[in-house]
Design a protein around this ligand. Structure first.
Ligand SMILES: Nc1ncnc2c1ncn2[C@@H]1O[C@H](COP(=O)(O)OP(=O)(O)O)[C@@H](O)[C@H]1O
Ligand SMILES: [Mg+2]
Length: 353
């Protein structure tokens, strides 16, 4: 991992030239996930909520239906607007341009002087902190914490007022995005468990392939248990997955025990059948009839001591599959093909037992 380089940078913000951030923003706040430099430490520390605060834009969470005041409006009228709409402030607009903001606090000041009939322009705040609609919500969060304001006017690239944003809007926006994440995850999981249905409808073949090493007893059975688990996860009938699991286990162990260099174990899933096969490059089988007899084994004493070589592997395979085929040439190699037929109704997305 590259060494982290800390870079500190001031947020440039043309929209609110009157305000200066109260503290230097952090690396993450400055650059964002899609920004340029973000250190490795920062990247590691980002959680989904933080990530969302860069991904979500202000216009996605703001309130676009606006209650506005004009500068000539008497404060009493604005007070009524605030009361009816249960809000604590309104932007002040003149000739389609944002010129100030009037909050409940400003009205309280006027009330103290008994001036509720005064125009909005007399009490509004002209020093504006705005946020741009195309900014990430992280910049709005930053402005909320710097200014301690409860609501910020949102402007577009022409400084035209397009909405208002509150901390509540941000929280709601993040919750909605998380909910969407969760739904997408659910859909993904559902799709995985129904993959067999897709295989059927698309007439495609799913292929899993494993390289098996000779004498690698420590990993013996890994590929076959992976295959069985995969079949179950994909929604195969548990009985069929079990039969496949036993057959490929025996075939996998035979590659480990009896071959010169190991070989390849392959699983092919089609709509109507599952084909499992092993292929190796030696030593080959001199008498196929003979090796198919129960108890026949050429395994060494050492291998038997390890619990293998009972001479039942090929017999078990034959019991588990619908069709077994061995092609072998001494000195060249062996190909074992095992096939299980699948009634279509067995692939209807049943889950692991
Ligand atoms: N891939 C292979 N290459 C060469 N010989 C094999 C292969 N697979 C099986 N055999 C032969 O078939 C015999 C019977 O295999 P199996 O029924 O699995 O019993 P076991 O593996 O316990 O010996 C083996 O002992 C071995 O002689
Ligand atoms: Mg065997």
């Amino acid at each position: 991992m590259a060494a982290s380089t800390k870079q500190v940078c001031q947020v440039s913000n043309q929209m609110s030239p009157t305000r200066r951030p109260a503290r230097i923003p952090t690396e993450q706040e400055t650059h964002g996930r899609r920004g340029r430099s973000i250190t490795d430490d920062d990247a590691n520390a980002i959680n989904r909520v933080e990530e969302l605060s860069y991904d979500l834009k202000v216009h996605e969470v703001m309130t676009a239906s606006l209650k506005i005041a004009s500068p000539e409006m008497p404060l009493s009228q604005v007070l009524e607007i605030l009361r009816v709409n249960r809000i604590s402030g309104v932007p002040v607009v003149k000739d389609n341009e944002l010129i100030g903001i009037l909050s409940l606090e400003d009205i309280v000041h006027a009330m103290q002087k008994n001036e509720l009939s005064a125009p909005v322009s007399a009490y509004m705040t002209r020093k504006l902190v705005t946020v741009a609609s195309y900014d990430s919500i992280v910049s709005a969060i930053q402005k909320f914490s710097d200014s301690r304001l409860g609501r910020l006017p949102v402007v577009d690239e022409n400084y035209k007022l397009v909405g208002m944003i509150t901390k509540g809007d941000i929280t709601r926006g993040i919750l909605i995005a998380l909910q969407k994440d969760y739904k997408e995850e659910e859909v993904r999981r559902y799709r995985a468990s129904h993959l067999f249905e897709d295989i059927i409808s698309d007439r495609t073949t799913l292929v899993l392939r494993y390289n098996i090493k000779a004498q690698d007893f420590t990993h013996g059975g890994n590929a076959s248990s992976h295959i069985k688990r995969a079949l179950l996860r994909l929604g195969a009938d548990p009985q069929i997955a079990r039969r496949c699991g036993i057959a490929v286990y025996e075939a996998e162990i035979n590659l480990i025990i009896h071959t010169t260099h190991g070989g390849i174990l392959k699983l092919e899933v089609e709509s109507h059948r599952i084909t499992m096969s092993t292929i190796d490059d030696g030593p080959g089988i001199p008498d196929i009839e003979q090796v198919l007899q129960a108890g026949y084994s050429t395994a060494t004493e050492q291998v038997r001591e390890m619990g293998f070589g009972a001479g039942m592997g090929l017999v078990n395979i034959k019991r588990c599959v619908d069709k077994m085929d061995i092609e072998s040439t001494v000195g060249k190699g062996t190909k074992l093909t095992m096939r299980i037929h699948v009634p279509t109704e067995n692939f209807t997305g049943r889950k692991e037992e």
